[in-house]
Design a protein around this ligand. Structure first.
Ligand code: KET
Length: 427
C-alpha cells in the first residue's frame, strides 16, 4: 500500500508524497508504468489540436470533412435521428446487437439477394465499429484455432498489428505494395499466398486499401480468390470504406462477391464510421459465413460469449440510425447519394492537389495521387519530409507519408501543395 505523509492545510488534510527517494520506493504498484508510445494515427490528431497556428492543416486521421474543413453529419443521418428520437427506449440491446441492423449490414456486404442470407448460413453480430469487429474475429480465431497465425499486408492500417497482437495471434506479413511503381506488388502477393502453409488466415482490405489507396483489379481479385481456393486459405475482409472507393457501396463489395462466387467461407468486418460518418457511434458488424444454419447459430453464440465479458452488449444509438437508414428505400437512396458526394469530393481534391503540384513546377511524378483510390494518398514522402511539413508548415499527417485526402479542401489545397513541393524538391 502506498504511504505518504499528511499535512493539515487550512483545516484540511492534504496528502503529499514523503521524501523523494522513499516516495519512489513506496510508490503505487503501477509506479513503474512508462507512458505508452503515441498512436501513429490518433497521436497526429493530438499534436494538431495542441498547435495554436491559424495555418494548421490536419490530413492525418481518415475522417471526412466538407470543403470548409468541417466534420459532416449526413442528411440521411439527421433524418434517421429525427425518426428514432420519439420511439427508442434505452434498454440494452441483445449481446449480439440489433438484429435489424445486422440484417441490413449483411445485405450490403453479401448482396441483397444473397443465398447465404436466405439459407441463414451467416453468423453475425453487431460490433464496436470496424475495430471491434476485427478484434472479435481475432479473439474467435485464437479461441478456436489457437495455433493459427494471420497474414497481414505490408503496409496496412497500423492498428491491425495491435489487434492481432493483443489477441495473441502470431502475425506474418505478405507483399502488397510496390514502392517503385506505387502500385500493387501482384507477383509478390501471389508468391506469398502460394508459399503460406495451406489453410492460412489472410487479412484483406475489401476496398480502398489503407494506407496505399491501391486495390487489386477485378481480374487480379479473381486470381487471388482462385489461389486461395487451391491453398484452402481463409480470407478475412476488413471493409472499413465500402462506398469510398468507387462512390458505390455495391461496386466496392466486388472483391467479397468474387470470393463468395468461388465458394469460399469468409469473415468480414464492416464499419459505418466512414460511409455514414458515424465515427463516434461505434457502429459495425462482424460476420462469418458458415457451412450451414446450425453451425451459424453455434458460431454466433460463441461470438456473443466473447463479447459479454468485454462490453456485454454493443451501443444502441448508432445501430438505430443504421437500421433506420438502410431499411427505408428513400433514406437509403439519400445515403447512396451522399456517399457518392463524399467520394466525388475526394476525387476532385486528388485532381486539385496534383494540378497544384504540377503548376508549381515539381519535377516529380504525382500521377499516383489520382491513380490511388479511397480516402488516402500514399504520397511517397519520407518520415523526414513529413516532419518538415509539420515543423515548418503546421501540416499534420502520419509519418508514413499518408495524406488523408478527406481533409483536403479548396481552401487549403494550394497551401498543402506548396508545402509538399518545398519539402520534396531536389536541392
Ligand atoms: N479498418 C481500417 C482499414 C481502417 O482504416 C480503420 C480506421 C478501421 C478499420 C476502423 O475504423 P472504426 O472507426 O473502428 O470503424 N482507420 C482510420 C481511423 C483510425 O485509425 O482509427 C485511419 O486510418 O485514420
Amino acid at each position: 500500500m502506498a504511504m505518504s505523509s499528511g499535512a493539515v492545510v487550512g483545516g484540511q488534510r492534504r496528502w503529499r508524497p514523503a521524501l523523494v527517494p522513499a516516495a519512489r520506493a513506496m510508490a503505487s504498484w503501477f509506479g513503474h508504468v512508462e507512458p505508452a508510445a503515441k498512436d501513429p494515427i490518433l497521436g497526429v490528431t493530438e499534436a494538431f489540436l495542441a498547435d495554436p497556428s491559424p495555418d494548421k492543416v490536419n490530413v492525418g486521421v481518415g475522417a471526412y470533412r466538407d470543403d470548409n474543413g468541417r466534420p459532416v453529419v449526413l442528411e440521411c443521418v439527421r433524418e434517421a435521428e429525427r425518426r428514432v428520437a420519439g420511439n427508442a427506449n434505452m434498454e440494452y440491446l441483445p449481446m449480439g446487437g440489433s438484429v435489424k441492423m445486422i440484417e441490413e449490414s449483411l445485405k450490403l456486404s453479401y448482396g441483397e439477394d444473397s443465398e447465404f442470407i436466405r439459407d441463414k448460413r451467416i453468423a453475425a453480430v453487431q460490433a464496436l465499429s470496424g475495430t471491434g469487429a476485427c478484434r472479435l474475429f481475432a479473439d474467435f480465431q485464437k479461441r478456436f484455432l489457437p495455433d493459427s497465425q494471420i497474414y497481414i499486408p505490408t503496409p496496412t492500417w497500423a492498428n491491425h498489428h495491435n489487434i492481432w497482437r493483443d489477441a495473441r495471434v502470431p502475425q506474418r506479413t505478405f507483399s502488397y505494395y510496390h514502392p517503385e511503381s506505387r502500385g500493387l506488388d501482384f507477383a509478390g502477393l501471389m508468391d506469398d499466398v502460394k508459399n503460406a502453409p495451406d489453410g492460412s488466415f489472410f487479412l484483406l482490405h475489401a476496398c480502398a486499401h489503407n494506407p496505399t489507396g491501391v486495390d487489386p483489379s477485378e481480374e487480379q481479385w479473381r486470381e487471388i480468390s482462385f489461389q486461395f481456393k487451391a491453398k484452402k486459405h481463409f480470407p478475412f475482409f476488413d471493409m472499413a470504406y465500402q462506398g469510398f472507393a468507387s462512390g458505390d457501396p455495391e461496386r466496392d463489395a466486388k472483391a467479397i462477391r468474387i470470393f463468395l462466387e468461388d465458394g469460399h467461407q469468409i469473415g468480414c468486418a464492416q464499419s459505418y464510421a466512414k460511409n455514414m460518418g458515424l465515427y463516434g457511434q461505434r457502429a459495425g458488424c462482424l460476420s462469418i459465413l458458415c457451412d450451414d444454419e446450425m453451425q451459424a447459430v453455434a458460431v454466433k453464440s460463441q461470438l456473443q460469449q466473447i463479447a459479454r465479458p468485454m462490453y456485454s452488449n454493443p451501443p444502441l444509438h448508432g445501430a438505430l440510425i443504421v437500421s433506420t437508414i438502410l431499411s427505408d428505400p428513400e433514406l437509403k437512396n439519400l445515403w447512396l447519394k451522399e456517399v457518392k458526394g463524399m467520394a466525388d469530393r475526394i476525387i476532385g481534391m486528388r485532381k486539385a492537389l496534383k494540378e497544384n503540384l504540377e503548376r508549381l513546377g515539381s519535377p516529380l511524378s504525382w500521377e499516383h495521387i489520382t491513380n490511388q483510390i479511397g480516402m488516402f494518398c500514399y504520397s511517397g514522402m519520407t518520415p523526414e519530409q513529413v516532419d518538415r511539413l509539420t515543423s515548418e508548415f503546421h501540416i499534420y499527417m502520419t509519418r508514413n507519408g499518408r495524406i488523408s485526402m478527406a481533409g483536403v479542401t479548396t481552401g487549403n489545397v494550394a497551401y498543402l501543395a506548396n508545402a509538399i513541393h518545398e519539402v520534396t524538391k531536389p536541392n
